[in-house]
Design a protein around this ligand. Sequence first.
Ligand SMILES: Cc1cc2nc3c(=O)[nH]c(=O)nc-3n(C[C@H](O)[C@H](O)[C@H](O)COP(=O)(O)O)c2cc1C
Length: 147
Amino acid sequence: MPDALYQLVYYSRNHIAGDQAAFTANVENILAASRRNNVRDGITGALLFNNGCFAQVLEGPLGVVEAAFERIQQDERHGEVSLLALSPIETRSFPNWAMGYVGSSAAQAASFSAIGQGSGFDLSLLGSEEIHRILRDLAVEEESAAA
Ligand SMILES: Cc1cc2nc3c(=O)[nH]c(=O)nc-3n(C[C@H](O)[C@H](O)[C@H](O)COP(=O)(O)O)c2cc1C
């Protein structure tokens, strides 16, 4: 029987100093390490950046998800890492994304503005279900745009 699947959701505050170029370079570096490790570990998920906060969904077998979260919490490129949810799931929401990243394109900005109304764009004010829903909707949009 395959290992039971879990989903972890957290948010954190960006600590990357410097200009936009420094931020972009750091995010590229984070995504490269994430994709390499997550493919190895059987983790999928998505990372969102908005208004100085990261939010991330990680899904996979419990042991590897917890180990990834331990590493992520030690990373000084962000801080105030707050766990929002760790729960068993039946199926993956991001089966095709070793680590999807949203936080740049115009389409994404438009879908943020819809949720931004209530939250003022502040990811720390959103609950885990809402973060999960936003990321899943954006993933579906990205995949249908790419198809
Ligand atoms: C916001 C954020 C999200 C991250 N997400 C992941 C992730 O999904 N998987 C992962 O392995 N590392 C992730 N990292 C990077 C880890 O903190 C760490 O740098 C990396 O796992 C080290 O991998 P390496 O030893 O292979 O270089 C993330 C870091 C940050 C700041």
